[in-house]
Design a protein around this ligand. Sequence first.
Ligand code: GLN
Length: 487
Amino acid sequence: MKENSICATRDLIQKKRIKVSEVLNNCLEIISRTEPKIGALLSVQEEQSRTLAMEMDRKGPDSEKPLWGIPLTIKDVICTKDAPTTCGSRILGNFTPCYDATLVSRLRRAGAIILGKTNMDEFAMGSSTENSAMQQTRNPWDLTRVPGGSSGGSAASTAAGQALGSIGTDTGGSIRQPASFCGVTGLKPTYGRVSRFGLVAFGSSLDQAGPIACNAADCAALLNVISGHDPLDSTSADLPVPDYAGSLALRNDLKGLKVGLPEQYWEGGMSPEVDSVCRAALEQIRSAGAETVQVQLPHSPHAVAAYYIIAMAEASSNLARYDGVRYGVRDDTARELPDMYCKTRSLALGEEVQRRIMIGTYVLSAGYYDAYYKKAAQVRRLIYHDFVQAFDACHLLCSPVVPFTAFHLGEKIEDPLQMYLMDIFTASLNLAGLPGMTIPAGLGRETGMPVGIQLMGPAFSEKLILQTAHVLEPYLPSLPRPAALNE
Ligand code: GLN
């Protein structure tokens, strides 16, 4: 998938070896060929993109703009001016924001073309994109399987080459897990690294946007642009942004790097094929010069429980604004206000979203707050301390991303608890607010589906994570084109 890389394409455009319109046409051609099969996109901004590409070609390349002419897709939970932003929900089915999220305006300012919005689980709640109220997205490697979620549309669209990269969001694993299922690279930055202004809130203390692309260099190029302090988001970090892309060349091997292997993650019931791909990747980490050491994250078995209490509590509060008054859809048959709220929310919010609002309201209620929410908040702190201690003994941690490869459509959707367990290796990082990245590590020998490994680091260690991933890439098997797209 190298030919789809952001960095290579940007260089060709800058050297005038290819026009922005040609790059865009290629993406549009791939969309028309693959979209009927994978259903990754909720909207395509074709006309705006064509006009912009022609204008850019007329002006000629601007070397100051690091993403000049690069077509990207954006998860439909991120606000885009004059383009629908539905969050995969009927309740926002008719919502078009009048402003761009900060990260979107930064991408546009850097010269990127926002080509389309990607499918997702409703309000980013899910692990398979099957909770979208709009359509089903299929995995480009096997159309009978899910792309993962909740950023499944972004991962599938990137794997298929519909755009050169995408921006997803990760509240409990939603960048890293679909990236692993679709064989692409995805980075969840440190909480506060990327502005959340214009990102529709799910779990405000957990949500973070980040890049999904073909390789580490492309993720670095995207992260360079979207990172940084934003006065419109009081939780965004007022820290300088390192030159992630420029610093990749500074490291040629992993000598001197200590990589911790959390025992609880490596003994955590992976399928045999995931286990063997991940262990082979560890060998390569050692071949590249790193030392591996075993570390403990003793509270990680409680991460999924704590995550679901906190995420649902925050969601119940954040989603109170969809009441039929201020946004989107309203049921007009009701005569009284409470009845209108009730009918609108019953009609226009999906089953999983309603389940979470109810559980979230319950754990915040006066009688149960101490037993559930407060306890989960305490466990969250312990999980954070586990990481702090682990990083005393190593620079980065390495683990599997998901215990299994992509499962079949319909296989887990009737069993929410099974679906929640998909987050076992990813959710603790969100609870701790730390950065993590999925790197494709090979194909499972039973299913033939992609398997990723996860690198995790201390707060604001994205530079080291990206450098490590960049060094590792040539050591890991390079994936062919997703098979299902050739049929
Ligand atoms: N699968 C998790 C959930 O359903 C994570 C979702 C996310 O990261 N947005 O909550």
